[in-house]
Design a protein around this ligand. Structure first.
Ligand SMILES: [Zn+2]
Length: 242
């Protein structure tokens, strides 16, 4: 058994604390919404402007069509971070979203976690998705969102190769796990000027995702925010107006 003198014990405890602190810092660097540790990234627009960007990840899927119709009925332009695999599966849905004037961003090809991945792997995920989106819609994305929000060493180089700015969020709606009422409440409690709200019109690269709770929540979120004087725009417009 090793017995530590009081001084040694306190140094040891301080060391452990430092390691734990560094761990938290690294975790924040990987997944923190305002982190730029690994590559250029934004997470909000101008807090002085009453604008919000709605963003939808993990599409396109057949479920995206109901979302598209709702956004059109509310005259809202949003941003869709799409997975290349889903775009190849449903190019006509990606095309319909683009044709309605929405912005399309890159959400990787297969929706992997980028932890411990190589630059070449990340670059391939970006490249194939840029190609899939361009082939389906004619749009070359300028923004990407990392699956699960995880960035990793070298992602900055992969971003530079495709001229992609990272986009995180001010609010992520927990819409993959909460019922509609709670999604709406969660988002409305956290919405703020210049905010970027992250919701989902898919589930990774699953073929038939269920997004009904998100759609039901959106029907509460949008009128409530409009009543509070918010206007909706794409991420591109939100950042240009910043
Ligand atoms: Zn995702």
């Amino acid at each position: 058994m090793v017995v530590l003198a009081p001084m040694e014990a306190s140094l040891w405890a301080a060391g452990l604390g430092a390691i734990a602190g560094a761990g938290a810092a690294v975790t924040y660097g990987i997944a923190g919404k305002s982190s730029r540790l690994f590559g250029p990234s934004v997470y909000r627009g101008n807090p002085g402007q009453r604008r919000i960007a709605l963003t939808f990840d993990d599409g396109p899927s057949p479920s995206s069509l109901a979302l598209l119709a709702y956004l059109q009925s509310e005259s809202i332009q949003a941003t869709f971070f799409q997975c290349g695999m889903n775009v190849e599966r449903h190019p006509e849905i990606a095309r319909a979203i683009a044709a309605a004037g929405h912005q399309i961003g890159n959400h990787t090809y297969s929706h992997p976690k980028f932890l411990f991945k190589s630059i070449s792997f990340m670059a391939w995920e970006f490249e194939r998705t840029q190609a899939a989106i361009e082939a389906a819609t004619g749009i070359v994305p300028r923004y990407f969102r990392a699956p699960y929000g995880y960035r990793w060493f070298g992602i900055g180089a992969a971003q530079r190769k495709f001229n992609l700015m990272g986009v995180m969020w001010t609010v992520i709606g927990q819409d993959w796990r909460l019922p509609a009422q709670e999604i709406a409440q969660y988002v409305l409690d956290r919405a703020s000027p210049g905010g970027i709200i992250c919701l989902h019109d898919g589930r990774g690269v699953r073929p038939d995702p269920e997004i009904a709770p998100m759609l039901e929540a959106l029907r509460e979120i949008v009128p409530a925010l409009k009543k509070q004087g918010y206007r909706f725009c794409t991420v591109d417009d939100l950042l240009r107006l910043a």
